[in-house]
Design a protein around this ligand. Structure first.
Ligand code: HPA
Ligand code: ZN
Length: 326
């Protein structure tokens, strides 16, 4: 479709990608072999066949298992580099990558190993691919506040290597306010702040992410349209939502793409962006997250241009970088 060629050609920023969710089954098996880690699946096909999710938790169980093959700094580099090659092919010129240190430190992997491998890949992406790449460290919300504080302590020697913090993993039952104090400390350190909210959880979680955690962007936020007052605030304050259409279908947040609320968001004037979330698990990288909703929702050229423009507005690029992006 000509509009898919148009969307493909647009320079874009990706703001919601969990780097551990870019680990393709082929790379899981290659790293498993390199590190002599036994996987509970005999081959790539049977692992891929297990990617049939019913909700967020059913995905997270497999996602954390997949990450168990990551041991060395080189493994983290290889994972991120594979993502950057895909991003380049989709005309992503700015990327803010989430990483989940606790998924690794809980297994005895050093915080330094994780962040140094990722940082080296980000540097190489700038130098060799012309992609401005930044890291955002996420706390796992199913773990305790105390564990989040320990993680922030481990991160302090690396403050120059990541630009912000986020909050991910099992949403329902773990409201944003559980992490009020650790987010306050991170903000004092000068870090940017975002959080997943309103993916499966209620609009109240979006309110508390904004009012208690004081986040600058909401990850997902697709439940916000249930709350008229919240929509008014998102529009008025230009609070961006990093929407992940294919993720929402794979995790059964919407029954099919034709019922996704992305187009409504744009028509309401919400600063919505599209992103891939966990592309190796959800069946597509950045451009697929433009093409499939384009077809299902009959998005027009203006919607696509708006999504690309929103991605830069919503990014944590500096004002000078934003001007250079046009
Ligand atoms: N939601 C919450 N946690 C996550 C996700 C998500 O979509 N992807 C990876 N961790
Ligand atoms: Zn996510």
């Amino acid at each position: 479709h000509p509009l898919d060629d148009f969307a493909h050609g647009l320079p874009k920023a990706e703001l919601h990608i969990h780097i551990e969710g870019s680990l393709e089954p082929e790379l899981i098996f290659a790293l498993g072999q390199r590190n002599q880690i036994e996987l509970p699946y005999p081959d790539v096909e049977s692992l891929r066949a297990a990617y049939a999710f019913t909700n967020l938790q059913s995905f997270l169980d497999i996602y954390y298992a997949g990450a168990s093959v990551l041991i060395t700094e080189q493994d983290f580099f290889d994972m991120a580099w594979a993502y950057f090659l895909r991003a380049k092919a989709d005309n992503v010129i700015h990327a803010e990558l989430f990483f989940d240190p606790q998924t690794h430190t809980e297994r005895g992997i050093g915080f330094d190993t994780v962040i140094n491998g990722l940082t080296r890949a980000c540097q190489q992406a700038r130098e060799q691919l012309g992609i401005r790449a930044e890291l955002i460290m996420c706390f796992l919300r199913h773990l305790s506040e105390e564990e989040a504080f320990e993680t922030l302590e481990q991160a302090k020697p690396h403050l120059g290597k990541f630009i912000g913090i986020g909050l991910d993993s099992s949403e329902v039952g773990h409201p944003p306010e559980k992490f009020a104090r650790v987010f306050a400390e991170a903000r004092k350190l000068g870090l940017r702040v975002v959080a997943h909210a309103g993916e499966e959880g209620p609009p109240e979680y979006i309110w508390s992410a904004l009012d208690v955690l004081k986040v600058e962007r909401i990850d997902h936020g697709v439940q916000s349209l249930k709350d008229q007052k919240l929509v008014e605030r998102l529009v008025k304050e230009r609070i961006p939502l990093t929407v992940c259409p294919l993720s929402n279908i794979k995790l059964c947040v919407f029954p099919d793409l034709g019922q996704h609320n992305l187009k409504q968001m744009l028509d309401l004037g919400i600063v919505a962006t599209v992103n891939s979330d966990d592309p190796a698990y959800f069946g597509g990288y950045m451009n697929q997250n433009f093409h499939q909703p384009r077809a299902a929702l009959d998005l027009d050229r203006e919607h696509l241009k708006q999504l690309a423009a929103n991605s830069f507005e919503a990014s944590f690029a500096t004002p000078e970088e934003k001007r250079a992006y046009g």
